[in-house]
Write a protein of this length. Structure first.
Lengths: 337, 337
């Protein structure tokens, strides 16, 4: 495990957060409260709070602008846009998934109701596009089109994820494709958007984009592992939460399609007709381990991380930017340097 | 009553609809089906259907481009964007309002579930921004910013509307402000967006914008009247539907704040502790009439229509465009020419 690459997250705190807070002032009071609560800027009654959360996407967007030879400043509208688009999707996903806890706090819909969370998400997506359109930079129009297309991929991924919950024939390939849409698309967008906004050459933007796609899938696979075996004190979610919600994440679909005895036992246990007790959840996690699914998912995360780093090494980047992107990649996937 | 201004709606059918259908092809299969069903292009099983609906917003956006001296073609990306943004909001509002019927058919969430309707709405809002960003026209960036800001106003109006349902102290002014946000903002956007996209002078865009704001409020007030006294065969909604849903639309808030005996009786009947029977709904509608609320709302719609037309007469417009905008204004508010 590596330590956090402090500098790029510090820039999110000093450059991006103040701009997001300023944009929230444009919202009507109802949506401002819900959005600020969701972002961790205040409590449910509006009292100021300190936001937690890494700010991975805005950090990548600032690095993306620097990859194009600019200072981080011109990347700020892109960083703001991807962070707002990310939080739009979290607000909506929590409603759809009936998730009650995020970042150690009750989710926005659990506090303010589903309608309020839907509307606040809609408002944040609008602000994201405004941030890009107001940037007065050469690539503003292309950045808007790119954000729109990647939000559509994200939405497609969420639709597939919900569809998977109703199906018992999900294949591993379509499950990985879902992860690429649901998480890879917006991370890829973050990695490309800063450079795109600054008018960088298409080859650089495309390379950063591919780097972000692979990093996004690696990140999601690690998140899938944490959703089953993660420490609730660190993930901010209940123990074994993806199993409790009968998610069809990659390790779970791997086991279901593994053809192993442990995988078959897991399938019987996970069948929708059965009520899952706490003891069943622990057994299910052990069966996933025995089916080799935990191991396979970890190795696939390593492989995707490797492909992300391969993409980086093919790009002509300032040395400091390359080194920060490498550090960030290891850090957010929790893998060994 | 005037007859429909056929030409401008024909242009929506020939120029805008095909472009929207082409954009829907970018969606994943789940979201494409839900969006196409909602737009009336297909049945729930995907079989082609014929869309109904006026296409008021795209018609206004095409006229907006023509107001700037362009042919309707350069206004198409704006027309597509406002129509998609309008349908994004309908998809989400129907979920929040638990409305089961729209345009004589079950609503999308009632057929496909709330999550599917939320996601399809998100996808349409993204496509709306893509339509503008890909327009390759001088005002593309400003058009994106304008759409973002007006969608936020629309969302603020919906948040206020939901808040009103929980409150018993809603004033007539804030109710009119809610209508201006919920309906006026996107109609104003439609009237400005075509011209803005074509790089029209700010004074023209601002004048068209004010025209659209007043027309939007007039249109909403007429819709409020139809929500109570409209013929279900024409509105596509159940009889007395706004009363059944305990909406706080303008005529209802007018009665509640009228200080008349009929208004006070209406307040007692409409109190949240009472279960509303069918006979109560009919009595409620009669009390609104007696309180003068139907009459006042109709007169306010006329006043707003008058202000819209006043704005038009102050603008330097091609004669054919002025005449079509006037005809359209009378037509969509169902008022006498």
């Amino acid at each position: 495990m590596t330590t956090a690459p402090v500098a790029c997250f510090d820039q999110v705190t000093t450059l991006v957060e103040p701009r997001i807070k300023k944009l929230l002032d444009r919202l009507d009071p109802h949506n401002r409260l819900v959005a600020a609560y969701h972002l961790g800027y205040c409590d449910a009654d509006g009292a100021p709070a300190t936001a937690v959360g890494k700010g991975l996407r805005p950090a990548l967007a600032l690095l993306s602008a620097r990859a194009a030879g600019e200072p981080p400043g011109p990347g700020v509208p892109a960083a703001v846009a991807v962070e707002l688009a990310h939080n739009f999707s979290l607000l909506h996903d929590d409603v759809m998934d009936h998730d009650g806890v995020r970042r150690h706090r009750p989710t926005a819909w659990a506090v303010f109701g589903p309608a309020a969370a839907i509307l606040a998400g809609d408002a944040l997506l609008s602000l994201a596009h405004e941030s890009l359109a107001e940037a007065d930079q050469p690539g503003a129009v292309r950045a808007v089109a790119r954000l729109g297309a990647d939000v559509r991929r994200l939405v497609a991924g969420q639709a597939a994820d919900l569809d998977f919950e109703r199906r018992d024939d999900v294949g591993l390939d379509e499950c990985l494709a879902m992860s690429a849409d649901k998480t890879g698309a917006l991370l890829s967008c973050a990695c490309a958007l800063g450079a795109l906004l600054c008018g960088a050459p298409p080859a650089l933007t495309a390379g950063l984009s591919r780097f972000g796609s692979h990093l996004g899938v690696a990140f999601q696979l690690v998140d899938d592992l944490l959703g089953i075996w993660g420490d609730p004190g660190r993930t901010g979610k209940p123990i074994l939460s993806d199993l409790r919600a009968r998610k069809k994440s990659v390790p779970i679909v791997h086991a279901l399609t593994s053809g192993t005895a442990a995988g078959d036992a897991f399938r019987m246990l996970y069948a929708p007709i059965r009520q899952l007790r706490e003891s069943d959840l622990e057994l299910a996690a052990r069966l996933l381990d025995e089916a080799g699914s935990r191991d396979w998912t970890g190795k696939e995360a390593d492989r995707q991380l490797g492909r992300a780093l391969d993409e980086l090494s093919g790009l002509d980047l300032p040395a400091a930017v390359r080194s920060e992107l490498v550090d960030l990649s290891y850090f957010v996937t929790g893998r060994d340097h």
